[in-house]
Design a binder for this molecule. Structure first.
Ligand code: PMP
Length: 455
């Protein structure tokens, strides 16, 4: 499998590049996959091998890897005005239009947008906005941030602190004041005999207890992904946001919806909050915002936070924050095109159309004795591998079952992602029924092979 020659792409990748979130022993054995190009939802490596990418890159390449309109929007804007910032009261016309569009498609009647280069930075920015406006309003002590275990909000020091994953302890994170509630995963976290509604009520009570224990006047905000993505595609239990939001409102704690994955169509709705029937105080967007064609993130503030941030900024004459490439004109032009492609050229519609077909395949795999749960929303799903279905006992960690499944899929030309003991699927919005068939055929073959090996 691995090309051992020192001049191979694999060896050259190893020699001079670091990988993010990569199991190094696997790469040691198998070598890196060095890619050259893509077509539709497929990517191709330096050896000419073709892979169906069931993860649409990192959830984001939703229009596929060769969308002519997106490439053209980028080229046109590079020709016209290839770069600028959004500091000192200056910004590109594309950025102005993008903000208008984002507020228009947001669930807010009015609002304002702040741009970043990534989802992590957008979460960081939101936290700084909250600290800034609470401080300006005389509540310096309102600094704690509440999120959930298993949540993923990014990798900068603040967004990694918000992320509820144990691996961040290697960095000495979370920073003090970042608090994590129970992961809202009914199948794993529900107690024996507890109904889904009772589970939701318990999580709501846990939130209120945490607020009272910490002191409501020390909490800056609550952040949640509508569906936890990198935590393993975990939709909330019934009535979750309806139970939590009134508690947050009671104590004056803003609810921020991290829509980096859910936003722009993944759930079949424009926003995940729309899919679950709540209106947050602000939205964090990235990934699909540019269909992955440009690194860009956005904080979209609803009317109240807009007004409060405006007042806080006016009090000291500025909001002292921003990135060199905030509101990049090319990113803005691409985002405008991506939003149009997703919302008006049938991509979101295709998600809605394909979801029942995708779900039917997921449910069928539940017949496998080693698949404990098949969960998801729209075009994102996870299949959780278990050694024993009745007791939900996971496989021993050292068997690396989900990694083996994903590696076997790669050998058969399918890229999918192991997350904990789950296999995650989040195909591009341009998938057809035949792509779904190909994805599940390859995955099923890999499941059979690996479960036979570890039985
Ligand atoms: N929030 C969520 C919900 C995410 O899924 C991610 C990335 N997977 C981030 C934030 C961080 O985004 P980025 O990798 O662009 O920094």
């Amino acid at each position: 499998m691995k090309d051992q020659s020192p001049n191979s792409w694999e060896a050259r990748a190893d020699a001079h590049s670091f990988y993010g979130f990569t199991d190094l022993p696997t790469i040691e054995n198998r070598g890196a996959t060095v890619l050259t190009h893509g077509r539709g939802p497929y990517v191709f490596d330096v050896h000419g091998r073709q892979f169906l990418d069931a993860n649409s890159g990192l959830w984001n390449m939703v229009a596929g890897f060769d969308h002519a309109g997106l490439a053209q929007a980028a080229k046109d804007q590079y020709d016209r005005f290839p770069g600028y910032h959004a500091f000192f009261g200056r910004m590109s016309d594309q950025t102005v239009m993008l903000s208008e569009k984002l507020v228009e498609v947001s669930p807010f009647e009015s609002g304002k947008v702040f741009y970043t280069n990534s989802g992590s930075e957008a979460n960081d920015t939101m936290v700084k906005m909250l600290w800034f406006l609470h401080g300006s309003e005389g509540h310096d002590q309102r600094r704690k941030i509440i999120t959930r275990k298993n949540a993923y909000h990014g990798v900068t020091a603040v967004s990694a602190s918000m992320t509820g994953k144990p691996y961040n302890s290697v960095f000495g994170l979370p920073l003090p004041g970042f608090l994590h509630l129970t992961c809202p995963h009914y199948w794993r976290e529900g107690q024996p005999g507890e109904t889904e509604a009772q589970f939701t009520a318990r999580l709501a009570a846990e939130l209120e207890e945490m607020i009272l224990r910490e002191g409501a006047d020390t909490i800056a905000g609550f952040f949640a992904e509508p569906v936890l993505g990198a935590g393993g595609v975990i939709p909330p239990p019934e009535g979750y946001f309806q139970a939590l939001q009134p508690i947050l409102q009671k104590y004056g704690i803003p609810l921020i919806s991290d829509e980096v994955i859910c936003g722009f169509g993944r759930t079949g709705h424009t926003w995940g909050c729309e899919a679950y029937g709540f209106v947050p105080d602000a939205i964090i967007s990235s990934k699909n915002l540019t269909a992955g064609y440009f690194p860009m993130g956005a904080v979209i503030l609803g009317p109240q936070l807009t007004q409060r941030l405006q007042a806080a900024s006016e009090a000291i004459e500025e909001f002292p924050h921003g990135f060199t490439a905030s509101g990049h004109p090319v990113g803005s032009a691409i985002a405008l095109k991506a939003i149009d492609v997703i919302m008006n050229e049938g991509l979101a519609e295709n998600v809605r159309r394909l979801t029942p077909y995708f779900e039917a395949h997921m449910q069928r795999l539940l017949e496998n004795p080693n698949i404990g749960e098949a969960r998801g929303k729209g075009l994102m799903g996870a299949l959780e591998a278990v050694q024993d279905k009745g007791s939900k006992t996971p496989f021993a960690a050292e068997l690396s079952v989900s990694e083996r499944i994903a590696n076997t899929c790669t050998d058969h030309g399918l890229i999918c992602r192991p997350l904990g003991q789950s296999i995650v699927l989040c195909p591009a919005f341009i998938f057809t029924e035949s792509h779904i068939d190909e994805m599940f055929e390859k995955l099923e073959a890999a499941l059979k092979q690996v479960f036979r090996e570890v039985a």
